[in-house]
Design a binder for this molecule. Structure first.
Ligand code: CO
Length: 465
């Protein structure tokens, strides 16, 4: 039994979950020194959707945000989330791009990189783990937690052992859908603690209303670190709120030792920011409620709402229940992939096609074909011959590490955006989000030009004519 540590997520997953990642750097900066004083295990500040949102919606350079945060957070470790070989994008990148991205992330201030893969294929984590350690960072791997007939304790223990062998400095249970039940968590954490040596962290979402109870059982079972978000951006589809978790563990052997008064002061700072986003409509009160449906269907809340909007667009919302029944069947056919990006979208779309067209796999999106061909990694269980034939005919299935098929790309990316490069990191922004990055670079150039103009104006005025 030992003190439980807390990773604070308000600067990443908290606002990603509740306000679509719209918090601006200028809204973060004034409170960083106080956050640094709390004594958190880490502050999650980067990765996930933050990078894309900075460039796409906020006209901010994500690298500059990271450097500004690092400058003010001198004592607490900074953490980011990375989707293995996908980095922060939606496709596999070659190793040279992954290595450069990880190196630059650590150079610009990241201490801990949480690395996950949608299929829990450890080969997709390998390059990021090695690059993180080489750069002097802490490589945390994350288990994408899901429920299926094959995802049992044994499966997770073996996966964790494999991750440890691959070099993981710690392991996170990533319950992105918020469906890990308290007593299952207790058993899972106990078994992981008994079978691997590295620290274990718990990450969940309050979406279905059970994450607080789940955290308590995980704590009692020996979890080392839990992820929470300060109350203005906690609960709902975000992490369990920090202050009630800290209070719940007081007067116990697991006491976090964090100061509730200080946490409250910081929460007071964020409250008007939350109100602002509520008024503007970016914070939809819907996400603050409890969505028990995810417990029944065992699919993430985001996937449910995507299905609704897909069906509404096609005027087929009456087929919603049928599609929900089809989801577990498609998942079984595809070897039980965890329902996390991009698999959740892919399984959802295929289920809609199967129901609407009245014939299963009559139409198959190219992403699903590529997945069946092995280009995303290894399915949890092998896909049956029958389904394979239905989806890819006689095409061959690749069984190697997907990134081994990719040629180095970094130099090409550099050549493509020569005229915009102001820092090495720009090449990586471009590699991840080409159109969005170029638009941002053009904005940045225009801004610079404006500033130069205003300087000239001033000089003209002070010049005695
Ligand atoms: Co999350």
């Amino acid at each position: 039994m030992a003190n439980v540590k807390i990773t604070e997520t308000i600067l990443r997953d908290g606002h990603q979950s509740l306000i679509a990642t719209r918090m601006k750097t200028e809204e973060m900066l004034p409170i960083l020194e106080k956050l640094d004083k709390v004594g958190y295990h880490a502050l999650e500040v980067w990765g996930g959707a933050t990078f894309d949102a900075c460039l796409r919606f906020l006209n901010e350079d994500p690298w500059e945000r990271l450097r500004k945060i690092r400058k003010k957070v001198k004592n607490t470790k900074l953490q980011m989330l990375l989707r293995g070989q996908n980095l922060l994008g939606y496709k596999n990148y070659p190793d040279d791009v992954v290595e450069e991205f990880v190196k630059k992330s650590v150079e610009n201030g990241i201490d801990i990189i949480r690395i996950f893969d949608a299929l829990n294929d450890v080969r997709n984590l390998r390059t990021s783990i090695r690059a993180t350690k080489k750069a002097g960072g802490h490589a945390q791997t994350a288990i994408s937690y899901t429920v299926s007939p094959v995802h049992n304790i044994n499966y997770y223990v073996n996966l964790a052992k494999e991750m440890e062998k691959e070099g993981a400095d710690s392991i996170c249970i990533k319950d992105m859908a918020g469906i890990l039940l308290p007593y299952e968590a207790e058993e899972l954490v106990k078994e992981l603690k008994a079978n691997v040596k590295v620290p274990i962290e718990m990450h969940s979402h309050f979406t279905s209303g059970i994450a607080n109870q789940m955290y308590m059982k995980a704590v009692e079972a020996g979890i080392d670190i839990i992820d929470t978000a300060l109350s203005p951006f906690g609960n709902g589809t975000s992490q369990p709120a920090t202050e009630p978790m800290v209070a719940s563990l007081q007067k116990s052997p697991y006491d976090t030792g964090l100061d509730l008064n200080l946490l409250n002061e910081i929460a007071e700072y964020f409250r008007p920011i939350k109100e602002k986003y509520m008024k503007s409509g970016i914070l939809n009160p819907k996400v603050l409620g409890v969505n028990a449906k995810t417990l029944i269907y065992q699919v993430p809340g985001g996937m449910l709402s995507n299905l609704v909007s897909q069906l509404e667009k096609q005027g087929s919302i009456d087929k919603f229940e049928k599609v929900l029944e089809e989801v577990p069947k498609v998942r079984e056919d595809l070897g039980y992939p965890p329902l996390v990006t991009p698999m959740s979208q892919m399984v959802g779309t295929q289920s809609v096609f199967n129901v609407i067209l009245g014939e299963r796999y009559k139409m198959v999106p190219s992403e699903i074909k590529n997945y069946v061909k092995g280009l995303y990694g290894k399915p949890t269980v092998e896909i049956s011959k029958e389904i394979k034939e239905k989806i890819i005919g006689n095409d061959e299935v690749y069984t190697g590490r997907p990134a081994d098929l990719l040629e180095p790309q970094l130099q090409n990316y550099k050549n493509e955006i020569k005229e915009y490069i102001e820092q090495d990191e720009d090449v990586l922004s471009y590699a991840l989000f080409p159109q969005v990055a170029i638009k941002y670079f053009q904005y940045r150039q225009a801004e610079k030009y404006k500033i130069d103009n205003s300087l000239l104006d001033k000089e003209d005025k002070t010049y005695p004519v």
